[in-house]
Design a protein around this ligand. Sequence first.
Ligand code: PEP
Ligand code: MG
Length: 598
Amino acid sequence: MTTKKNEIKLKARSVSRGIAIGKIVCLHGKKRQFYRVNLKKNQIEKELRRFRASIRLARRQLKKLSQSESKAISQTQTNIFEAHLMILEDNSLLTKIENTILEQKINAEWAVKFVTDRYISIYKDIQDEHLRERHIDLQDVTERILTALGGIEKTPYKLEKDSIIVASEVKPSTLIELAKTDLCGIITESGGWTSHTFILAREMRIPAITGIKGILRRVKNGDLAIVDGYHGTVLVNPDEKTVSQYKHEAKRFQKLNSDTLAKSKGTFQTLDGKTITVRANLDIGIGYNQAKKLGAKGIGLFRSEYLFNQFQGIPNEKQQFDAYREIAEYAGEDGVRIRTFDLSLEQMNEDFADVQHNPAMGLRAIRLSLAHEKMFAAQIRALLRASFERNLDIVLPMISDVSEIFRAKEIVEQEKERLKNRKIKIGNPKIGAMIEVPSAVLMIEEIAQEVDFMSVGTNDLVQYTLGVDRDNELVAEWFRTLHPAVLRSLKKVFAASEKYETPTIICGEMAGSPVYSPILIGLGATELSMNVNSMERVQQIISNIALEEAQEIANSLEKCRTANEVEDLVYQFLGTKWKHLFPPELLSQPKKSEKVKK
Ligand code: PEP
Ligand code: MG
């Protein structure tokens, strides 16, 4: 950290390129994130009603849970829900919150935090262990009220123009909500390059920096800040000279966006004529217009679970049908591949928040869909109907056993029959499997024969092959995309893809990296799907390298025993053969202690 008068310069990791200049807005809350909003006098009455409605909703939820006969809920949990209900019936707490809204003229979320923070810190200081533990219950109840407030009304207030959000972590749903307003930059304490939030930030072209410890203690609402997503720098309270330097950079960043659209080539071929298909990873249909101008041929990955954010819960069949039909219409002839819900149990239903200790390896993705067949069948029906006269294919997430494909295909056939019997028009979507866990790689020959196409999710493939949590900052340096085990897995997948003529697309973040994409091509990739923000740079690299050179580098990596050896060789190669293609900052090899990101 360096300082210049009031200016504070913080170095961290860039996870989305670009420059943003704006005012800081601190985000709080875990399940539902919020910020302080100063209300006008005429908004206060409505805010009080919103708060009271949230309390009624939270009480109803707790009553239902404490009376539930579900086996997933034990007697101890029932007792806890009853204790929480008592807190929600404590009038002195509720009155304090209402008075805070009224007197400080602030939003309900902020008032809840203001009052409960004080209660929690008092409880934490109590000598008696039993009483001290009550702060955990209060924390839980606070979260429940905040979540209920989110359910009462969506984004009731907008961010002011040019806001930079600062948080310990930003949830994807928060980002989707806030991106509709005037959000221009993101600073967080944690979150990996492949976390969904930063995947979305890159898709939306919002500069983002992560890895700044204790950031919420170092800044306050309203501070001026600059996010430099090119160099991984944050400047808080910059002086005038710095601001004017960066204003120029920020303009260049915005201009770059519009220039890029104008000069897109629309084709991707290596110097020696190998055609590489590039598709877009998209979650918002309208983004396809831009992607297409940049040369995308269809949508390679639509993560359907994002609909849960939009509909604040499980979307019904009609809502799904409308959403899938819309995205298929945007994609047109080039087509869209829609992945069935890649959710974990707690994302599907918050009441199961603490049931799974290891959600990434728990009941999630295709497992969750097969365990909740009614929900899965409704999704399949929506997809089949949306595919009528549209180019729409289905991808099954996190396949770890071929039997999951058998069962999913049976359900597809069963729903096809049902819809046909009801004389409902349907299409004939292809069925693909996500390859993202080691067992799928080991069984790739069998999978390749069972599906129409394969989609390699390198974000999870790295996570599960190396046993490294992709969202955990503490193990970021173990998350090595260029680990020999990952490269060998990819090679095996491409070999099976060729042998059985089952097309394979790479749709993890690796595909959108200018450093990794030539290696993928050398290993045998012919289709890449990436976020819109990466297209221009990857396109430039692909059209300026020869397949033969890419194969040369991929072959030379085969002898490497460690990720460090692979990286040394890759950067040596880039610095000699392809030096002219890469800006200097990409040619300098990331320190071993940093996760390789670009
Ligand atoms: C992946 O794992 O690489 C992938 C594309 O899926 P997600 O990032 O949604 O897990
Ligand atoms: Mg995945």
